[in-house]
Ligand binder design. Structure first.
Ligand code: ADP
Ligand code: MG
Length: 668
């Protein structure tokens, strides 16, 4: 392939040092030496000559070879960024902050000056900032206000292999800005783009950017011995724990260990368990550290410090250590082979974080973390057969998530024709059509597929437009507090626990909250009681309420309230006026209406499906005439869940044409 340029590796130097660096402290010298030893340093001259010749360059390099920290510095040292700044995107907020700090340190400047970062709720940049690390979502928000990205001369789309929704949309946005700055007479310099990825499947990036050249930088990678569990493990946490202690006790050398888990809570629980077990066993001392998104950077920086003599460092991490951050010294990797990923629930239209199996490509990335300094070992918490059944690559988020949100975002960047948007990977046509149809009914886009003022507000909310519609209607009805709480309660996993063995007890303990107006109103009553309780632990236990999920809902509620304030939507409450609350729900969820038939089952008005009320619903016995639901579950039978009693007149008033068409009033 003539587009491929292989890079030499291993050689020292490459002239990456700054003049005058030699005068620094011992620490600076160590850092300079580290920089010069990175595989990327040897590739520096070649890299600079390629980017001088081409508008877009694809750069592929093993995790840890120096892409994220070095590339922007090379551009800066060669004075290539003038007259504007370099943007480097990261899918994760924590990586953006932590890497910006590292680069500021390497360049011996204070963070927020020449080197800065920008993430949601935090802008640590200055007018003099030239190297700006920011989340992909943040650059997308900037593009909504400034589609030409005029603040930048260079856009570096990093971690492109992760294919987050924001990065995927940015591909199109950046390509359009490049074209615009090339062909129209703006005062702006050409926009240069670098796409960086840690995996080898670079052709699609190259093809998308007019056959841009691909540069490969081979890293240092030692062989890693991979082992799988013999039997399938449902309880991967226990399997991980026993593997961890087995290595800890049996492996003679005190090399460091990296454990891939799925989230903060799991990491913290495992930390406690390890501490407890470690007290009772022999073996070298251990330094336990963790890495997850919502962590203070100071604490997180500890993973980069060398271990004390005689200590084994054990790092428990989310998939942030998969490609975003490289931890030195790791020889053992334990991989749960699971990750928390965004998945779309077609039934509610909500995107949820859910623990799912990783792809083989991800598993190999994680395996590679054990072979950076020397030969290593990787223990996978799946069987060999299970591993073989894992998908080869992960599905890009844009093919898994709610398209109405994606469409709103693209339109709010000023794209005129959504059907012609230059997707790197186009979602199926009927998925786009379906999402557009729904957005039209909700009033977010008009007949020309253009954003309405209401649609602009919907784009600002990171939730399904149906739910935003509920909030916008609640504003007119004066019940925003109630609706925001309900939306928050619907956004996570179930707040109720109903163990089969204690079903009666659980139902009895919550009986006083049950509302004849439906499940959503019942949730709201439970939420209010929870909020006003003094002892939350005890209260949750007493009423079989899932405390963690409830706390999560509180956090989402807070974020939604902040957003409402920003958009001048007042938070108003109207206690006792549950009919107003139900009306707001009905007008948002109006495509999810089900009507009772003479035969005693329900039929959904939009898709004409037969369904029954789910046994967990408070309306299982009462069977009202007309309900809206948030979820339609199809197993052998269809079940509707999370119901609210509604009035046909509300729906007719809100959507007259739609409901005349769907024959809501006359019995058929
Ligand atoms: P890539 O983007 O190619 O994965 P990076 O540029 O992020 O690589 O990292 C290059 C090297 O710098 C890595 O080997 C990593 O260990 C080291 N490094 C990055 N951040 C820090 C830090 N905060 N402290 C110490 N070393 C770091
Ligand atoms: Mg990187």
């Amino acid at each position: 392939n003539s587009r491929r340029v292989m890079m030499p590796t291993g050689a020292l130097g490459g002239g990456s040092g700054r003049s005058g660096s030699e005068g620094g402290s011992a620490n600076d010298l160590v850092m300079l030496q580290q920089r010069r030893n990175l595989p990327m340093a040897a590739a520096r001259p070649r890299f600079l000559s390629e980017v001088a010749k081409h508008e877009t360059v694809i750069l592929i390099g093993e995790t840890g070879c120096g892409k994220t920290t070095q590339i922007p510095q090379y551009l800066h040292e060669a004075r290539l960024e003038a007259p504007h700044a370099i943007a480097i995107t990261q899918p994760r907020r924590m990586a953006a902050i932590s890497i910006a700090k590292r680069v500021a340190q390497e360049m011996r400047v204070s963070i927020g000056s020449l080197v800065g970062y920008k993430v949601r709720f935090e802008d640590c940049t200055d007018t003099v900032s030239r190297l700006i690390y920011l989340t992909d979502g943040m650059l997308l928000r900037e593009a909504m206000l400034d589609p030409l990205l005029s603040r930048y001369s260079w856009i570096v789309l990093d971690e492109a292999h992760e294919r987050t929704i924001s990065t995927d949309i940015l591909f199109g946005v950046v390509k359009a800005a490049q074209r615009e700055r090339r062909v129209t007479t703006t005062n702006l310099c050409p926009l240069k783009v670098i796409v960086m990825s840690a995996t080898l499947d670079a052709d699609k990036f190259s093809d998308y950017f007019h056959k841009a050249p691909i540069l490969f930088v081979s890293g240092r990678q030692f062989p890693v011995d991979v082992r799988h569990v013999r039997d399938s493990q449902d309880d991967w946490q226990s399997a991980t724990l026993s593997t961890l202690f087995q290595i800890h006790q049996e492996a003679p050398e005190r090399h460091d260990m990296l454990v891939f888990l799925t989230g903060q809570e799991e990491i913290e629980t495992m930390m406690r368990q390890i501490r407890r077990i470690a007290k009772d066993i022999s073996g070298p001392k251990m330094t336990l550290l963790c890495l997850y998104a919502a962590q203070q950077t100071a604490i997180q920086q500890k993973v980069f410090f060398p271990t004390k003599a005689g200590c084994r460092k054990i790092v428990l991490s989310t998939n942030i250590a998969e490609t975003s951050l490289t931890i030195p010294g790791i020889r053992y990797v334990i991989d749960s082979c699971r990750v928390k990923a965004k998945v779309h629930q077609p039934s509610t239209g909500l995107d949820m974080l859910k623990v799912v199996r990783i792809s083989q490509a991800q598993a190999w990335q994680r395996t590679g973390r054990a072979g950076r300094d020397a030969e290593g070992q990787c223990y996978r918490m799946v069987t060999r057969a299970e591993f073989d059944r894992l998908p080869k690559d992960s599905t890009p988020e844009i093919l898994r998530c709610n398209l109405s949100n994606v469409i709103l975002q693209i339109l709010s960047i000023g794209v005129k024709d959504i059907l012609k948007f230059d997707f790197m990977q186009r979602p199926p046509g009927d998925a786009i059509e379906g999402a557009l149809r729904q957005l039209k009914l909700l009033g977010g886009v008009d007949d020309q597929n253009q954003l309405t003022p209401e649609g602009k507000k919907m784009a600002a909310f990171p939730i399904d437009p149906k739910l935003t519609k509920m909030i916008l209607r609640a504003k007119d009805l004066g019940v925003t507090e109630e609706i925001v709480s309900i939306v928050a309660l619907m956004s996570g996993e179930s707040i109720l626990v109903t163990p089969t063995a204690k079903k009666e007890e659980a139902l009895n303990s919550r009986r006083k909250f049950v509302s004849s107006e439906g499940d959503l109103i019942t949730y709201l009553k439970i939420f209010r009681a929870f909020k006003s309780s003094n002892n939350k632990d005890q209260w949750c236990q007493q009423h079989f309420v899932h405390q963690r999920n409830m706390t999560f809902a509180l956090e989402i509620r807070k974020q939604l309230i902040d957003l409402c304030h920003k958009l001048n939507i007042p938070i108003q409450s109207n206690v006792g006026q549950t009919d107003l609350i139900r009306r707001a729900i009905a007008e948002g969820m109006f495509v999810n209406v089900a009507k009772l038939t003479r035969e005693g089952y329900y039929v959904t008005l939009d898709s004409r499906q037969q369904a029954r009320i789910h046994p967990s619903s408070v309306m299982f016995q009462t069977k009202p005439e007309l309900v809206v639901f948030t979820e339609l579950i199809s197993t052998q039978k269809n079940y509707i869940r999370n119901l609210t009693l509604v009035d046909a007149n509300w729906l007719l008033e809100a959507q007259p044409d739609y409901y005349r068409q769907h024959r809501i009033v006359t019995g058929d």
